[in-house]
Ligand binder design. Structure first.
Ligand code: UDX
Length: 447
């Protein structure tokens, strides 16, 4: 099928590449000329496993093209996806100006039936606004063209985006138009082979489904961080508690890992946007408020442990940081827990020696050159001579260090394990003090 995608960010580029991979002819549009030029040359702006290979192959084989020309792109597709950004505005609501600009553009150029597909995460009611915007442009030029607007939210995870996109666990199609649903069924048929993955519903329910999914996952994480903070105080180990509750299939093992707080481009933004949506309808979403408050506090957790360990005196100390990206397999630093940690360490007068397998360039871009930040070529170099080691992102490469060697590499014998990767006994056996998240022991050490 012929598909047009507005926006070559995470969602747009991955969706475009995966749809091309399934044999569709895809044109991706972006307003950023330099980015479009680079994409044509096979330069992918983000680090995402498997993405560059499928972008290059499908581009070379003529199924995936990039342009800045909205008019030709709109002339191309039977389906027009909107996958542009919806950044939070000052009060946390999603800013729809990019989405509506695409809708205007579609209305200005449309000359036959198309299905406009909203893939961006957008507040409930946006499908209606997109429909009205397209219709207003058509009316302004007295054109009578039929079209449908469908909400088809994306559930891909960074670091596993291509895999998630090629093998979705469900495909939400929000539309009350049988004609549009038939077009989407055809598009998604190759993704929908072994069992029915399409869940068809109205537009508003589809829009809310996306927020509900992310808010539920964020809630699980904040809940677990809360339990971790209680565990720490009562001398229990949250890792054992996690296994104990995860065995109940009603709870499950996924997304109950305590840590340094959730980050990324979705959870923080979507929880806030849903709170705003609720309050704009006169409802105070108390649970969501708490999810967010717990997360905000959790992002200060590692600094709090470090500061307490050093008796509040961090001036002149050097702290090694392993992991800067908000999670492994990405170079994304948006809302990463490493950021409040770095900033608090600097504020307290400490220096940082950091290593991340992918996010160092992004760290440099965010913070520039500074005396109190040394980006190191590997994990061991980062630990060299540091007064403490903090693990912030659970990259595989950090999972089983040689603790004895590490004790010799570090100047100070202490590890802050922000992801509970290590067995506290093994760390302590090597002669290093261990702090985890909610492991009871941090209390023992600091009591
Ligand atoms: C998320 C959703 O998973 C995805 O379905 C949606 O489309 C976009 O938002 P993503 O932001 O890429 O994806 O990352 P995810 O793997 O969900 O992790 C989000 C954050 O939660 C990370 O900071 C991660 O470290 C944290 N997390 C996750 C925990 O702290 N504990 C967990 O148990 C799981």
């Amino acid at each position: 099928m012929k598909v047009t995608i507005f926006g070559t960010g995470y969602v747009g580029l991955v969706t475009g590449a995966c749809l091309a991979e399934m044999g569709n002819h895809v044109v991706c549009v972006d307003i950023d000329e330099a980015k479009v030029e680079r994409l044509k040359q096979g330069v992918i702006p983000i680090f995402e496993p498997g993405l560059d290979a499928i972008v290059r192959r499908n581009h070379a084989e003529g199924r995936l093209d990039f342009t800045t020309d909205a008019a030709t792109a709109i002339a191309h597709g039977e389906l027009i996806f909107i996958a542009v950004g919806t950044p939070p505005d000052e009060d946390g609501s999603a800013d729809l100006s990019y989405v509506l600009a695409v809708a205007r553009s579609v209305g200005q150029h449309l000359d036959r039936y198309v299905v406009v597909v909203n893939k961006s995460t957008v507040p409930v009611g946006t499908a209606d606004r997109v429909r009205e915007t397209v219709a207003a442009e058509l009316a302004a030029r007295k054109a009578s063209v039929e079209f449908d607007v469908v909400s088809n939210p994306e559930f891909l995870k960074e670091g596993a985006a291509v895999e998630d996109c090629l093998r979705p666990d469900r495909i939400i199609v929000g539309s009350s138009s049988p004609r549009a649903v038939a077009v989407l069924r055809r598009l998604y048929a190759p993704f929908n082979r072994n069992h029915e993955r399409l869940v068809v519903m109205d537009e508003r329910s589809a829009e809310l489904t996306k927020y509900a999914a992310n808010a539920m996952l964020a809630t699980k994480i904040s809940f677990m961080n809360e339990i971790a903070n209680i565990a720490e105080r009562v001398g229990a180990d949250v890792e054992l508690v996690r296994r104990g509750i995860g065995a109940d299939p009603r709870i499950g093992y996924h997304f109950i890992y305590p840590g340094a707080g959730y980050g990324g481009s979705c959870f923080p933004k979507d929880v806030q946007a849903l709170e705003r949506t609720a309050s704009s309808h006169g409802y105070q979403a108390q649970l969501l408020d708490a999810v967010e408050a717990v997360n905000r506090r959790q992002k200060g957790k590692l600094f709090e442990l470090i500061s307490r360990h050093f008796g509040g005196e961090l001036r002149g100390k050097t702290i090694a940081v392993w992991g800067l990206a908000f999670k492994p397999n990405t170079d994304d630093m948006r809302e990463a827990p490493s950021r409040p940690l770095l900033e608090a360490l600097w504020q307290a007068g400490a220096r940082v020696r950091a290593f991340d397998p992918e996010a160092q360039a992004e760290t440099r871009r965010l913070y520039g050159e500074r005396d109190d930040l040394l980006l190191c070529e590997d994990a061991t170099t980062a630990a060299q001579g540091a007064d403490a080691l903090v693990v912030v992102t659970e990259w595989k490469a950090f999972r089983s260090p040689d603790f004895v060697r590490l004790r010799d590499t570090l100047a100070g014998a202490v590890i802050f394990d922000g992801r509970n990767l290590y067995d506290p006994a093994a760390v302590e056996e090597a002669g290093l003090a261990y702090y985890g998240i909610g492991r009871g022991r941090s209390l023992q050490v600091t009591r």
